[in-house]
Design a protein around this ligand. Structure first.
Ligand code: NAP
Length: 484
């Protein structure tokens, strides 16, 4: 099944930080794939911008190398790449100085969509916003894309929102969370609101609990400096996992309009109860068999920063009162996997008598690897011997269900960039959402800092600290296994 690709209108996309890691690993290879898919019109132009002294030709070479390294070999095509590179140029610019801005201003074409991707450190977001305006580059219809981290706490997020608001209005600001660009995350909304099957059961009366897991096998090596100031709560929970929780828990928006969706997500964050300290487990991977632990990776002896966190959350609203949400995320775990699992309650009475094993229906939404949706149902074990019940999965792996078409499914970044060009903010966080998420996270962090809590060491290659297992066991529940 081939996917349907709708080209966007002509645009000038400036990538500030166009020589950096994110641009070369994700943004530029993603744009190349959209070009290949036929989504980029003749009039599309991509302008890399950074301080390095580069000619257009040298920058194209950098982009060529990025595509060679980060696009699957069987999708690389010399002629297509040449066509893509024709659309690429470079402007040397200093976000903190005056260099390059007039050149950039002269390059921007009138009557074309203008988008500016801030793929630089967050300390430069304000500088870029200001200079785009003082140099007359930012028109009322242009868009800016702002990378994470969006603030370190509520005060800094609010300050950043205020800085951006001095130069842009909310409908111009695209705060990116690449989790929202994943195919399955959008499918979550399609499954919930495009079917009659699930929504009537989607509440505390029928759902026992919900688990959200984002497990990584990598450590913090290389990013230790940034990570140690952040930790799993700030790096993963306040943003990505909170967004997933919102999509799982929100009420049906009255329309799939950006503000209608974001209004509903905001209500979820505001309905979160304060978290009991006993419902939080923080961990830190230890050194083992010659591989460094967190403290060595982060080069921060004695650091109290968590590389793992598990939490039990409650929402105070009519739909979810009484259904716990268990979240966990961590580094150096057994497998790289992200999934949401909705466990339904058992039938109120078994007409089949005692049956071994646990048999709740579970709807599993896999974000990675192998995106797909699986529903565990109970059936009769085939053959003679009476009514023995077994569980079988109704499994819809996108790769299997869509066959060849799955190759055209865009990666999160490319989808989100195309949404910026289309002017669709549905999958981007609104300023008030980000602030609400920080307002929820800040007191939790402040409380463990005030108590001087230390994270519990855990073995790399497992499923996190012992206490995280207990968080579930004490409620007579179990985490799903962390496996690929
Ligand atoms: P990076 O590799 O350090 O790249 C930073 C870029 O900014 C470079 O192109 C650099 O080029 C440019 N730059 C630095 N100072 C500048 C200045 N004064 N004026 C103009 N350009 C300047 O960083 P990154 O990893 O790509 O991250 C970029 C942003 O994305 C950060 O906000 C980060 O938090 C976010 N992010 C990154 C990732 C990732 O996987 N890398 C994931 C999520 C979010 P010059 O030195 O030539 O100026």
């Amino acid at each position: 099944m081939a996917s349907r690709v709708i080209p966007v209108d002509p645009f000038d996309l400036v990538i500030f930080g166009g020589t950096g890691d994110l641009a070369t690993r994700k943004i530029l290879p993603g744009l190349y794939r959209r070009f290949q898919a036929g989504q980029m019109p003749e009039g599309a132009r991509i302008i890399g911008a950074a301080r390095s002294e580069l000619t257009d030709e040298a920058y194209r070479e950098l982009v060529r190398a990025a595509v060679a390294e980060h696009v699957d070999a069987d999708r690389q095509d010399g002629a297509e790449l040449a066509g893509f590179l024709d659309r690429v140029s470079y402007t040397r610019i200093d976000a903190r100085g005056g260099d390059g801005w007039d050149t950039l201003a002269a390059k921007m074409r009138p009557d074309t969509i203008h988008a500016f991707y801030f793929s630089v450190g967050p300390g430069l977001f304000g500088d870029l916003a200001e200079r785009l305006n003082t140099h007359g580059i930012a028109g009322p219809d242009c868009r800016i894309v702002v990378e994470k981290p969006f603030g370190h706490d509520l005060a800094s997020a609010r300050a950043l929102n205020e800085t951006l608001a001095r130069h842009f209005v909310e409908h111009q600001i695209y705060r990116i969370d690449h989790y929202l660009g994943k195919e399955t995350v959008q499918n979550l909304m399609a499954v919930r609101f495009g079917n009659m099957l699930f929504e009537p059961l989607w509440n505390a009366q029928y759902v026992d609990h919900i688990q959200i897991t984002v497990a990584e096998t990598v450590g913090v090596g290389g990013r230790g400096d940034y990570y140690d100031k952040s930790g799993a709560m700030r790096d993963m929970v306040q943003n990505h996992m909170m967004q997933l929780l919102c999509l799982i828990a929100m009420e049906p928006p009255y329309t799939f309009d950006p503000d209608a969706v974001r209004d509903e997500k905001l209500k979820v964050i505001r309905a979160l109860d304060p978290v009991d300290p006993d419902d939080i487990v923080r961990g830190q991977y230890r050194a083992m068999n010659g591989t460094p632990g967190y403290l060595e990776d982060a080069e921060a002896p004695d650091s109290p920063t968590e590389s793992f966190i598990a939490l039990k959350l409650h929402l105070s609203n009519w739909r979810w009162k009484g259904t716990p949400f268990y979240l966990r995320t961590g580094k150096r775990l057994r497998a790289r996997t992200s999934e949401i699992a909705v466990t339904f309650k058992d039938p109120p009475h078994s007409i089949f008598g005692e049956q071994p094993g646990q048999r709740s229906n579970v709807l599993v939404i896999r974000l990675q690897p192998n995106e797909g949706i699986k529903l565990k149902v109970t059936i009769k074990e085939p053959g003679p011997g009476g009514m023995r019940l077994i569980e079988v999965p109704l499994d819809m792996s996108f790769a299997e269900a869509l066959g060849e078409g799955v190759r055209d499914i865009s990666d999160a970044y490319e989808r989100l960039i195309m949404d910026v060009i289309r002017g669709n903010q549905t999958l981007f966080m609104r300023g008030d959402e980000v602030e609400a998420a920080w307002a929820w996270a800040d007191p939790i962090i402040a409380a463990w800092e005030a108590r001087g809590d230390r994270p519990e060491p855990y073995d790399p290659g497992g499923s996190g600290p012992e206490d995280a297992l207990m968080l579930m066991h004490k409620d007579a529940r179990r985490w799903r296994e962390v496996r690929p």
